[in-house]
Design a protein around this ligand. Structure first.
Ligand code: ADP
Length: 521
């Protein structure tokens, strides 16, 4: 992580000697706002996908401009980490939500993390959302309502009087109730809700309203009612002051019926009112082929030995023949979204061209079984590891020639950027953030539709490049400088935060949606 960019102690860390340097820091730090990130994943402690990466990297990049702190549920991976947690506040139960405590921890680089301590809800083995078999917890609505209500308490200043946020930035459905509880309580603090994936909507029964302590409003179409259910995602969309999503293309796509998951009408309205914007994800500075100490050996654009060393590691680890042919990899959650049902149809193409394929992932049982079967059919040419392994993932990005991402949709996608960083060319469907981050034929290969024929044609183009080392080298070098690091990519958030904070000071809106709407403090 970008250590020098830590959110809380920027002034201590950067003491420029020159007058111009001092002026620059002064102008950067002037008007530093307090921003609370509400997120269910944080890569330092627990990560299920790209949300964990963004929640770790973006606050640090924003630390140049603002004081950013994070709120996360107290999963065992959080409470059992090496960082001591100081309990700073007790929060009462509310309706069917149990009482909890708020703890505060500091990560090694100074980033402050608030933790919702409620062992009966969070102290469970598994992912942030389900058990070790990937089954969602049946009480996720309670778990994440408690989380959202704790965020509203922090926003109100009740938890920590000397650090009351100027803005709350909530991420994906698990944090969707944070802006909603804030609105129902009549809080003035502005909020942003970022959609990392519209397909995960956080649904529960309408009958949960009393249990979650929601006002009548919640059950309406203007609230969080969604086809006879309650949707946490819709709560975030409807009650936050501004919605962002993680690439420009996805921001357009989600206003259409094909990608809108039933929310396209609502999102189109927000887009037309200027309340929806696409801000492309960046990547953390730690993704660097020269300095990543988890690689077998680092490398640069001028010296590929290290790339070959990582390739040998992948070959050995995945039981692949060292054939000298191209190495393809997949590092992914194994879910419908990722379009991996196309893999059996293109496997023969890869193998016939002398290629090998290493797959790392976990997810839906059916997809895991399909891939395991493929690996046994093409033993020595296709290898599969079920699981989540950050170190192997990095070595696979570094050691491979090509990354396959045939996603049906991809809000932003980070894997393609990590692959590019490490000189592995993504072969991906032209959708969402993949369309925005891959330049076809320059920094990777894009295909248009979700057919095996279209995918195969892109693989054939990649194989053509592979057979021409000069072309391959040129594309790799272009790819390695393509990804945008967060130090640049975070700037639109800074602008948006300032606009919303200024607007809310000029024209407080929240009073219109407070206690008279049924909220009982
Ligand atoms: P999503 O958020 O939809 O899962 P992204 O491409 O945005 O997809 O982010 C996925 C992140 O999770 C990347 O950092 C990727 O390398 C990582 N990842 C996914 N599956 C695994 C795995 N099995 N082991 C290690 N890292 C993984």
């Amino acid at each position: 992580m970008g250590k020098a960019l830590a959110g809380t102690d920027f002034n201590e860390l950067i003491k420029p000697a020159s007058a111009s340097g001092r002026a620059r820091v002064e102008s950067l730090t002037k008007n530093r706002k307090k921003i609370l990130f509400v997120t269910s994943e944080l890569a330092d402690l627990i990560k299920a996908g790209g949300l964990g990466d963004v929640s770790a990297a973006l606050p640090r990049a924003l630390g140049r401009f603002h004081s950013v702190r994070i709120l996360i549920p107290g999963y065992p991976q959080v409470t059992g980490s090496d960082h001591p947690i100081e309990v700073i506040c007790d929060l009462d139960g509310y309706a069917g939500l149990p009482a909890c405590q708020i703890g505060r921890m500091q990560l090694s680089d100074g980033l402050t993390v608030y933790v919702v301590l409620c062992p009966e809800l969070y102290d469970r083995e598994g992912t942030p959302y389900g058990d070790t078999h990937g089954r969602d917890w049946p009480d996720n609505h309670i778990r994440f309502a408690r989380f959202g209500l704790a965020a509203a308490a922090l926003a109100s200043g009740e938890v920590c009087a000397d650090w009351q946020p100027d803005l709350v930035h909530a991420h994906d459905w698990p944090a969707g109730l944070a802006p909603a509880y804030m609105a129902w309580q009549g809080q003035q603090t502005p909020s942003i809700f970022t959609i990392h994936n519209l397909a995960y909507q956080g649904l529960c029964d309408l009958e949960s309203i009393p249990e979650l302590g929601l006002p009548e409003d919640a059950a309406s179409a203007e609230g969080m009612e969604f086809y006879g259910k309650l949707s946490f995602l819709k709560a975030g969309i409807n009650y936050a002051d501004h919605i962002t999503t993680v690439s420009q293309t996805y921001a357009r796509e989600i206003t259409t019926a094909d990608f809108g998951c039933g929310m396209d009408g609502l999102l189109d309205l927000k887009a037309r009112r200027g309340q929806l914007s696409g801000i492309a994800n960046g990547i953390d500075e730690c993704w660097h082929p020269e300095s990543d100490n988890r690689l077998i050996q680092g490398f640069t654009q001028h010296e590929w030995d290290g790339k070959r060393a990582n390739m040998r590691y992948v070959e050995e680890t995945f039981g692949l023949e060292p054939s000298g042919g191209p190495l393809f990899v997949i590092i992914s959650r194994l879910v419908y979204q990722k379009g991996l049902d196309l893999i059996p149809q293109i496997a023969e193409h890869i193998v016939a061209a002398g290629g090998r394929l290493a797959i790392l992932g976990q997810g839906e049982e059916q997809i895991e079984e399909m891939i395991a079967e493929l690996a046994s059919r093409y033993s020595g040419r296709i290898g599969f590891h079920r699981g989540f392994n950050e170190t192997d993932a990095r070595r696979m990005f570094a050691g491979s020639d090509f990354l396959l991402m045939p996603s049906r949709y991809e809000p932003c996608g980070l894997s393609q950027s990590y692959a590019q960083c490490f000189g592995s060319l993504p072969i991906a469907r032209r959708t969402g953030g993949l369309a925005d981050t891959i330049e076809d034929g320059v920094t990777g290969f894009l295909f248009e539709d979700g057919t095996a024929a279209s995918f195969s044609a892109a693989i054939e183009r990649a194989l053509h490049v592979y057979r021409h080392p000069d072309l391959l080298d040129a594309m790799r070098c272009r790819a390695m400088v393509a990804p945008r690091y967060w130090r640049h990519a975070a700037k639109p958030y800074d602008k948006l935060y300032r606009n919303l904070i200024n607007q809310s000071l000029a024209a407080p809106v929240a009073a219109a949606r407070g206690p008279e709407h049924g909220w009982q403090a």
